[in-house]
Every structure is written in C-alpha cells, then in structure tokens.
Write a protein of this length. Sequence first.
Length: 362
Amino acid sequence: MLILTIRRVKNERLKKIFLKIHYEVNKLFKYLNDRLQNGHYTANESRELIAWIDQVEELQSNLKNSNLCFEIDDYYKSLFISCNGFLTRSGGSRIPSDFKKIELNYINPIFKLKTTDSTELKNKRISGVKSIGEGSYAKVFKYKDPDYNKYFVLNRAKTNLDEKEKERFKREFDEMKKLNSPYIVEVYQFDEDKYEYKMEYIDYTIGKFIKENNNKLTLDERKKIMWKILAAFKYIHSKSLLHRDISLSNILVKCYEDTRVIKIADFGLVKIPDSNLTGLNSEIRGSLNDISDLQRCGFDKYTMLHETYALCRLISFILTGSTKIDSIRNTQLKTFVEKGVNPQLDQRFKNVSEIKNALKFL
C-alpha cells in the first residue's frame, strides 16, 4: 500500500529508502504509544528512533541542492523534533507527561519531493502583500501563496543599501540556505533581479509570544523553550558561526497543535571566520547585546563571550518575562545571570555547554 503513496518518486532506490524509513519509524512510534502509560521508552527503541531520525536529517541534507530534495510531512517533522527533545542513547528515555498519543499515518506519504519549478515560482504573481516589519538590511512582508494555501515571508532589500550591505543581505540568504536544522528558519529562493528572497512564515517572535502568554506559561514550558534555543545556538556555533544579532524579534516561535518549535532568524550580521564584511565602525545591533563593551572594542571584535552574554539575557527574559535583571527574585537565577553578563569577559560563560551546565538548578 505504501508503494502507491510514493509512486511519483521515480528514483527506485530513493523510493525504497522512503518506504523503509516510513515503516521503521511507524513501528517505533507505535511502540512509543504503547509505552505512554508506563512513561518510559526502552533503551534499544530509543537508540533506534534516534538513528532513524538522524538518517532522515542526513539524507535531507545530502539531497538538499539536488533534483531529489524532499520535504517531510509537517506532523512527522514536529514529531521528530519533539522526540529529539527527550530521547537518550542509554538507559532508555523518560517520556514527557504531556506527550500526546501519535496519530500514525499508514496511507499518505511522509516524504514528498519538491517538484515546484523554480522559474514558475519566480515569475508567479503574488498578491495581498502586507508589511510586517524590517530587519537589519531588509523590509519584511507577509503574503499568502494561493497554490500552497499558506503564508510566506518576503525579505526585500532596502533601496538605500550600499554595496557592502547588499553583500551582507545576500550572504544572509546563502548562510541560512546552507544550514540544515529544524531550529533555523527555512529560506527558499533568491531573486537576483528584485534582490529579495522568500522564507517560511512563523507565528510569533519570542518577545510577542512571552508577552501574550506570560501569565499562562508554566516553568516547565519556559524551560522547554529555553533548552530549544540553546540547542539552536549550539548548532549554529558548531558551524563556526556567531549570530551577533540576538534579540526578542529574531528568535521566533512556530506553534503546532502538539508542540512549539524555536526558529532563529535574521542572519544579516552573522560572523563568519575570515570574513572582512564587518568594519571597525560597523553599526552595533542586537537589543540584548553588550553594547558598552562592543562600543569600546568595536563590533568586529565580537566573540563567543558576547554571544553568551546575549543568550543569558534572553534566558532571563524567557524565565521571568522581563528584560530587567535587577528585578530577578530567584537567587540562583540571579547568580546565573550576573555571571553571564559580568563586565569582566573572562568571568562569563565560554560556550553553550557551560550555560546548560549552570542551569541544572532549575
């Protein structure tokens, strides 16, 4: 039956791979459903599910720029993300108490080739474009695509950019296109003529989400958001990149029925090794940045110790709902934040792993 659901996949080897993954993942998800009441997912099955999810991510990454690039069903994609949040490779995995029973899909495909012709997409007229803000180098618009019946974002370069800024804008797209993580906003197509690109639409900025839900969010929910943000930046840093523009508007929250996914956006100021795009007098952005030290040393001297400073301020906001450090009442949290924003750079957290270790008191 599954063979019929992927008949549009003409590559026989890829078709067999999709079938195999779909079968094995469903088998492991079915067993996970059986273990919900027990609350413990056994060790062998935990390792197997981790391995299959890793294989899906690796396959998607390897085929990303080929004619065999594919998309994962949104529901299963959200399941992979949720499971990655609690699965461990040894001793089995504790199933979160709020984890819902999985609705298994045996009929429809969970992998679909991206068959949209890029020329047709490029020339297609879009309507209902609405301005929703602006980033470092672009004006940002929202529109609904009639073919997909869903919203997308259009990032259009500002008309007053100089050549260096235009290069940064194009580099933002290029770097985001290279990254392959559920924690990074997906970008789809760069129009060289209009100097704009399309990307996925996300429901909330972290600032808006916390503001609207501050009185309803439990500590566990706040912690889940925090851990996902740290996982996102651990991935970014593993690519030898520094974001440099951490703010309440550049961390996004995508809401599904059964989970929330953190997405990092606006890589216009990303620091790449050996790049010369940041000059001594480059404007400092990022509302959570250590402005005083960066003004002293120059934005081109931005390091991991500045990135962890901004991350600690962000974590404080998520846990308290306020950007004011002085108003923190929890003694352990205040000690954590004070270390993270210490004026002496060598006293700060050196990386995301140190931040995670220091948060074990929660």
